[in-house]
Design a protein around this ligand. Structure first.
Ligand code: ZN
Length: 131
């Protein structure tokens, strides 16, 4: 198991962590990389970063879907929308690894999804080695 931390800068943002994950799986031959975010108001997803507008579109879509300030949890913590968005996105991804390389598609990148930042976020990586 390996872990690292990312400091986010905004309340909501998608941060491309592909290069950091690639670095962590280099020593493995064939297996599955499981990447987990142990937070209730952040998530992780795989999508395109070639067009920088796409992460913005995803954030805007989630804000339209889950408006801020109208949920029961807002009475005690004022961040219910952050929790709901994190649940929609999910908190882990699994990616095949072959000869030390993530088998992502051409247009796939890995994003840490911040929904209640800025915060220091932990990311845990386990590589399950296969024969
Ligand atoms: Zn909360």
């Amino acid at each position: 198991m390996t872990e690292f931390f990312i400091q986010t800068n905004k309340r909501e943002e998608l941060i491309d962590i592909t290069a950091l994950i690639e670095e962590k799986v280099k020593g493995f031959n064939n297996g599955i990389a499981h990447i987990f975010v142990p937070h209730a108001t952040a998530g992780i997803t795989i999508n395109e970063n070639a067009d920088p507008n796409l992460p913005v579109d995803i954030t805007n879509f989630l804000n339209r879907l889950v408006p801020k300030g109208k949920w029961l949890h807002d009475r005690i913590d004022n961040n219910a929308d952050s929790h709901i968005k994190a649940s929609i996105i999910g908190n882990s991804v699994s990616i095949p690894v072959k000869e030390g390389k993530l088998q992502l598609g051409t247009w796939q990148d890995i994003f840490l999804c911040e929904f209640d930042g800025p915060r220091r976020r932990k990311i845990i990586i386990n590589v399950i080695q296969l024969k």
